[in-house]
Design a binder for this molecule. Structure first.
Ligand code: A2P
Length: 347
């Protein structure tokens, strides 16, 4: 690895930002200089970095001088405003928000799936949506064997996907209900405790939500295949960490369940947990704080010729956000791509 890299985490006090710091520490970046940025509200507070603490600085246009890589997870508007300043300081941005994902200048990368797309980056690399990441880590190895024509996915998404405020909302509502109180509803349009909300992000003109359409568009961009049809229903469930997904695929040629299990057992980043007779299948509580994408309940769809069903679970804050961003940083270093060629590209 290149010596003396300076890495910044923007949104370091948030649920994903804290996990980015944990992941940087746990992997090959432990020896580098790490900086932590957040809003003026948090300036001067401290965040944990291994056994040490880092002082949080207020994010400004000048924060990126001398910084090589910035991992952003501070919401779309912060990314839209500040990522261009980072690039003009010569800093490569890996952005966890949806702000840059569909911008043609920005590669959208899952290292196990399309690390090659980093080659011609222009300074901003987008981290895909958490639900898309775990789905495609599992589907790409199958797509390589027989192209996927259609995907039908229903998600069961944890509240940590909404950040710290989502975690606090579920905690508070559970406590209020157990104390016989009427729960306060602040973060979601309805109560999330002991409930399921078929509504993540805002509704669009086609009656799908933005989250659902992210899964459609991001799949096409990452797989570099506009022909894959994706139909998604995204549901928020009262789970703290790890998203689960029921995924049905239709492939060009038949892949048996046995072959799919064998393919996925060899796939990078995937762990197959599939022994229904012993009650073994992926669970959100087991996936939490793990790096892998877990796949189980693999079975043939008996209603079509070339269909498979599966259950895909992964830690949305870890592989769905922080780990994927850190893996992108690792891949940039490995491929000697930590540089900005046109500092004015996004100004
Ligand atoms: P802060 O704690 O100072 O508000 P989460 O997604 O868990 O809610 O976290 C959001 C993260 O983004 C937090 O670290 C938050 O910092 C940070 N953030 C929000 N708005 C800004 C901003 N305008 N500038 C910098 N960081 C921001």
């Amino acid at each position: 690895m290149k010596a003396n890299l300076v890495i910044a985490v923007v949104g370091a006090t948030g649920a994903v930002g804290r996990e980015m710091l944990n992941t940087l520490y746990a992997r090959d970046f432990s020896g580098y200089t790490i900086k932590a940025f957040a809003s003026s509200r948090s300036a001067g507070t401290k965040v944990a970095y291994g056994d040490d603490e880092i002082r949080v600085e207020e994010l400004t246009a000048k924060s990126f001088e001398g910084v090589d890589i910035a991992l952003f997870s501070a919401g779309g508007s912060t990314s839209t405003e500040f990522a261009p300043y980072a690039v003009s300081s010569g800093c490569v941005v890996i952005d966890n928000s949806s702000a840059w994902r569909m911008d043609e200048r920005c590669p959208l990368v899952i290292p196990e799936v399309n690390a090659h797309a980093l080659k011609n980056h222009n300074g901003i690399i987008a981290n895909p949506n958490c639900s898309t990441i775990q789905m495609l880590v599992a589907l790409k190895p199958l797509h390589d064997v027989s192209p996927i024509e259609r995907v039908i996915v229903s998600t069961y998404q944890a509240v940590s996907g909404t950040g710290q405020k989502g975690i606090e909302e579920l905690e508070t509502q559970v406590r209020q209900l157990f104390n016989g109180m009427e729960p306060d509803v602040n973060v979601y349009p309805h109560r999330i405790a002991f409930n399921c909300l078929p509504h993540i992000d805002t509704f669009l003109d086609n009656d799908y939500t933005k989250e659902e359409m992210k899964m459609v568009k991001e799949t096409n961009k990452i797989m570099e295949d506009e022909n894959i049809k994706v139909s998604a229903t995204c549901v928020r469930v009262p789970v703290f960490y790890s998203h689960s997904e029921s995924v049905n695929i239709e492939t060009e040629k038949k892949i048996s369940a046995k072959d799919a299990r064998a393919i996925l057992t060899q796939a990078p980043g995937v762990v197959v947990l599939d022994n229904p007779k012993e009650n073994i299948y992926p669970l959100a509580i087991d996936a939490t704080s793990e790096n892998a994408v877990f796949v189980g309940r693999i079975r043939e769809d008996e209603t079509i010729a070339n269909g498979l069903n599966m259950w895909i679970v992964s830690d949305n804050v870890r592989k769905g956000a922080a780990l994927n961003a850190v893996q992108i940083a690792e891949s940039l270093v490995e491929q000697d791509l930590v540089r900005v060629t046109n500092k004015l590209m996004f100004r």
